[in-house]
Design a protein around this ligand. Structure first.
Ligand SMILES: Nc1ncnc2c1ncn2[C@@H]1O[C@H](COP(=O)(O)OP(=O)(O)O)[C@@H](O)[C@H]1O
Ligand SMILES: [Mg+2]
Length: 271
């Protein structure tokens, strides 16, 4: 498809359209034949084993990596286009791991989200209100003046999400935000993200290899391994044996012992 055909297609409802995308890095094709449409308010879990191209897809949507073939449009614009500036938020596990020699309070970190290149030298309107609202939304207002380095992993993830919310991002891409945080924080983070979709009509695309955790919250699952091997409602997401088939893993023994579910799950979660 050409850019104009994509722009004028019937997908005006979709905030993200990925059409026949392939991306290569250092001369090697990492993902190919990717077709994906995302609508406003969806909560999508992007899963797949380590090295399957999840981060590559996220970086391509953000416009950091350029397509080898195919097209991406976000809110009818090309990635990185000036018109969508501020509409996208990115949260990664690494984003919460600030070096310990950086002294910054939660309020200051969240304030960074309100800076936009177009307004860097102008006063941001309602800046304090935006920061306070974002901190309240993620329940971190009590730690506003705490140094980020003193927070727990879960609190730090919340602070980074608050920074994305303070930018008023509508479409939030999260890359492995659950790594290194305890079960309780993980569950409340997933609840928070679900609430943002339902109450604020935010759209969430979240990468995780913790399939068990993400299944509890995401409405839709996308399984990526070089290409998309499953895209559909979470309730129809294949069981581990079928997933092994999708991954091209064939039974080693007889048909009763295709794959040991516990071990497979463990491998996926520990990657
Ligand atoms: N800069 C790079 N140059 C070449 N290959 C890369 C680069 N970054 C990642 N890769 C490779 O691309 C594949 C997919 O990586 P990635 O998208 O990070 O996977 P995931 O996020 O699913 O773990 C891996 O095999 C990885 O080694
Ligand atoms: Mg990754």
């Amino acid at each position: 498809m050409t850019w104009n055909q994509v722009k004028n297609s019937e997908d005006s409802e979709s905030i993200l359209v990925v059409d026949n995308l392939s991306v290569s890095r250092s001369g090697r094709m990492i993902i190919s034949d990717i077709n994906l449409k995302v609508s406003r308010g969806e909560f999508i879990g992007l899963v797949g084993p380590n090295g399957s191209g999840k981060s590559t897809l996220i970086l391509s949507i953000l416009g950091i990596l350029k397509p080898h073939t195919g097209l991406i449009k976000i809110y009818d614009e090309k990635p990185m286009s000036k018109n969508i500036f501020g509409k996208l938020g990115w949260v990664s596990q690494a984003a919460a791991n600030l070096p310990s020699n950086i002294k910054i309070t939660v309020r200051e970190l969240v304030k960074l989200g309100t800076l936009k290149s177009s307004s860097m030298y102008k006063k941001v309107s309602n800046q304090k209100e935006k920061i306070d609202t974002a901190m309240t939304m993620v329940g971190i207002e009590c730690c506003a003046d705490c140094d980020v380095s003193t927070l727990s992993g879960g609190q730090r993830q919340r602070a980074v999400i608050a920074r994305a919310l303070a930018s008023e991002a509508e479409f939030i891409l999260l890359d492995e935000p659950l790594v290194g945080i305890d079960r309780e924080s993980r569950n409340s983070l997933l609840k928070l993200l679900d609430k943002l979709c339902h109450e604020q009509q935010k759209t969430i695309l979240m990468v995780s290899h913790d399939i068990t955790a993400i299944r509890q919250t995401a409405h839709r699952m996308v399984y990526l391994e070089e290409t998309i091997r499953y895209d559909g409602p979470t309730e129809n997401f294949p069981d581990l044996t079928s997933l092994a088939g999708l991954r091209g893993i064939t039974p080693v023994h007889d048909d009763k012992h295709t794959i040991e579910p516990h071990d497979h799950n463990k491998c996926m979660e520990e990657e």
